[in-house]
Each structure stands twice: as structure tokens, then as C-alpha cells.
Design a protein around this ligand. Sequence first.
Ligand SMILES: Cc1cc2nc3c(=O)[nH]c(=O)nc-3n(C[C@H](O)[C@H](O)[C@H](O)COP(=O)(O)OP(=O)(O)OC[C@H]3O[C@@H](n4cnc5c(N)ncnc54)[C@H](O)[C@@H]3O)c2cc1C
Length: 473
Amino acid sequence: MGQGPSTSALQQCIQGVANNRANFAAFAGSPLYQIQWVKPYNLDVPVEPAAVVRPETAQDISDIIKCANANGVKVQAKSGGHSYQNYGAGGSDGAVAIDMVNFQKFSMDTKTWYATIGAGNRLGEVDKKMHAQGGRAMAHGVCPGVGLGGHATIGGLGPMSRMWGSALDHIVEVEVVTADGKIQRASATQNEDLFWALRGSASGFGVITEFVVRTHPEPANVVQYEYTIKLGKQADVAPLYSKWQALMADPKLDRRFGSMFIMFPLGAIITGTFYGTQEEFLTTGIPNALPQDGNGHLVINDWLGGLAHDAEKEALYLSGLAMPFVSRSLAFKRQDLLGPEKIKDIFNWVDTQKKGTLLWFIIFDAAGGAIEDIPQNATAFAHRDKVMYYQSYGIGLPVTKTTKDFITGFHDQVVQKAGPGTWGTYPGYVNNALVDQQKQYWDSNLPALEQIKARWDPKDLFHNPGSVRPVKN
Ligand SMILES: Cc1cc2nc3c(=O)[nH]c(=O)nc-3n(C[C@H](O)[C@H](O)[C@H](O)COP(=O)(O)OP(=O)(O)OC[C@H]3O[C@@H](n4cnc5c(N)ncnc54)[C@H](O)[C@@H]3O)c2cc1C
């Protein structure tokens, strides 16, 4: 166990839970604390938890929560550690981070095809285990290093989401440790209000130890489209974006197709994933709406090959490795999407700006489809009506003011051009610069969340800078 400079009451309590187990906990001030224990993802966001603990059982988590409660310290679970603002480490100094690395359980019920998955599994592991145990699959994002614990509790959007919904739409039941230290089950029939909140806002409500999720047979065929254009000027790319946006916002678009548009310093990339055969893809008519010149090509894959291809492409612009970066995001309803003239103005603006880095990306990510089928108030996830997200990244060693100004300026341009609206953003793409973050993340679901928070965690034990606060009575 790591040793801090002094033995605080919190430390003593956690050491009591550890009961001489090695590698159970480390405390602020321990040697190699940041590198071996905290492991922040965004190196531009310094954060020092009071302790990082690696429990082995739900009972350990319960005991650690009691230690944090007794010492007035905040708590955050950490599963894959891929929060843009290091929320798994607390997001601000002094929290207890509960690292779920030992929660790697996986089993498949071959009658119901429900999988039971430990919260510490990362998405790449989930895919491999589901494939091995019956050729099953669920919807989620593209980065294999993201943790199921932080992903399926906030949303979980990926190329198959237009077809199957978000990752959290697959959750049937969870085991969760709540602020009073109790180990509970939550589902549509047990602790229903908590279950509702955990699907979209779990960081403020408990530590999930395992998920029970419904699964689908994995599609046998995957067609991947990729188009790269290196014009060097974003203004020249704007018409391409407008055309792509019109395709992706069409309510009748075949749900087996998911796609992203990525601006990068040399031009743009369009990636698309279609779950079906090449013949089926051709009959959808989608290829006719995508750029046809020699810059595009198709790759034919099976399910696992398709996932690996998406992950590899993503790693070109957004690595699973820790780095310093600044990022912003915003979500658009169909009626708020920018028209061609405004798109041209924004892309022109990008050309005129100093970036301060060669590593910047602006990703437009299409949603809609099956995500839209579910009512806005069915879970805490509040972006059912959003058909497009933008996310920006400016990476630097360190991130300079010029880069920060560019990323902020881009956001301001979009907001200004879009005019007054209620876009909000997906809390999985943390945008800590938003005014009234919680309202922007949970929108019309926020008042109910604040009530449920007051019931289950009135002292706001589970806390990060963007999490739900209890309603004040
Ligand atoms: C490289 C990269 C690619 C990404 N791609 C996508 C994508 O394609 N689609 C998408 O939707 N999102 C994507 N994201 C965003 C990602 O889904 C969120 O950042 C997610 O919250 C990360 O989960 P984590 O477990 O890895 O992170 P952590 O930092 O461990 O946790 C993030 C938050 O979730 C909470 N949490 C974690 N585990 C639990 C648990 N067991 N119980 C309760 N709360 C918990 C933490 O307390 C913290 O507040 C991406 C992020 C990165 C860095």
C-alpha cells in the first residue's frame, strides 16, 4: 500500500478496510502517486485525490464510502479513467477515487442473452467477451480503452447507436453502492427512481459494481466507408460538410449507417459504418449521397474487424493515451442545424485563425435513429432529440493560450451562428466552460434528478464539478 506523508483519519479508516492487502490504496503525497494511481487522462487538468482505492468486492466499496462519509470527503468511481476533465479522479482535489479495475466479471445467460458485466471492464474487453460467449453485441462508442462504468452510465454513443440506441439503453439491472454504504440492486422494478437516475447521471448517485445488459446477435457483415480530403483550406470543405449533414439529418436515413465528419489541419475525413453486406449498402442509396471521387474507399469487415477498424481510425485523431488538451462540445436538434451559408462562414473563420498547434480536430458525430425512439424522460439521458454533436480538441505540450482561444472561439462562432436555442450537450463530452452545466447536460430531466439526488445522496457525497446537486428544500 502506498504511504502518504501523514496518517490522516481518512487514511487510517481506509487502511483498516485494506486490512494489510497489498495495492489496495494510495494517498496524496505517495511516491509515483499521479503516474501509478491517479493516472489522469487530460494532462491539462491537474487533480489530486486524497486517496485512490482499488477495492475487490462491493463490501469493500461500502466500507470505503463509510470512511469518506465519516471524514466529509467526496467520492467518485473510476472505471476506464477516460473523462475529459478527469472526473473519475474527482475532477477537483481531495476526493476518494474508487478505481474499479478489479471488477472484471463477465457472464452470459444463453437463455435471455443478458450479459452480466463488471463495471471495470473496458469497451474492448466487453466486445471480446461478448463475441466469445455467443457472438453477441451491444451499442457503445469507438474507443476500446473507455470504461463501461463511466460510459454506460452517461450515455454511450457509437456507430451502431442509430440502429440499437445508446449503451445505457441496454441496461436491464445494476448492482450499486449508494451514499449510505448499502449494496443495492436497481432495475425497472427495484429502486426505480435510482435506476432512472443511474442511466445518464450515475456519477452523482453511486458506484455501480456490475451491469446486466441485453445484447444483440452481432451483425455478420460490416461495410466501412472512408473519405479523406486534403485541401488545406476549410472553406473548400464547407459544401462537403453541408451535404453530409443533410444526409445524416434525414429522418428516413437507414439506421444501419453511422457516420462522423472530422475537420483536421489539412482538410477533412468522413468515416461511415454500415452494418450489413456491401449489396445491402448499395441498395440503401447512401453511397450516392456520399462524395464519389477517388478520395473515398470501402473496407469490408466482419464484426470484430469492424470494431478494430473504427478504433484504429479514431486513434488517428483522438488517442486512448493521456495527453494535455482543451475541448468543447454542443448538441443540435434537427431544427437547430446550421444552414450552408452559416457553415461556410464558420469554416472560413477556422481558416483565418491561429491555432497554436498542429494537433486540433473538430468532430461532428451524427445521432438520431433508435436513440430518438425512446422518450426524453424514460432515462436521465436528455438528448433523445439531438441528431448531431460537435466536439473540438486542441492538443498541446502544453496547451497554449492561442489553442485555448481557437477552441473557445470556434464554440462561440457556432453558438452565435446558431442563434438562441436550447442545444445543451452530452455530459459524456464534458464541456466545463458551459454556463449552468447541469442544465445543459440534463435539461428537462434536471429537476427530477435533483429530487432523486436529495433522496439518495442529500449530502452530495458523489460529486464532481459537473454532477447533479441535491434540490434545496
Ligand atoms: C478517447 C475517447 C473516446 C471517446 N469516445 C466516445 C464515444 O465514441 N462515444 C461516447 O459516448 N463517449 C465517448 N467518450 C466519452 C466517454 O464515454 C466518457 O468520458 C466516459 O464517461 C468515460 O468513462 P470511463 O469509465 O472511461 O471514465 P472515468 O474517468 O473512469 O469515469 C468518468 C465518470 O463516470 C463515473 N463513473 C465511472 N465508473 C462508474 C461506476 N462504476 N459507477 C458510477 N459512476 C462511474 C466517474 O465517477 C466519472 O464521473 C470518449 C472519451 C475518450 C477519452
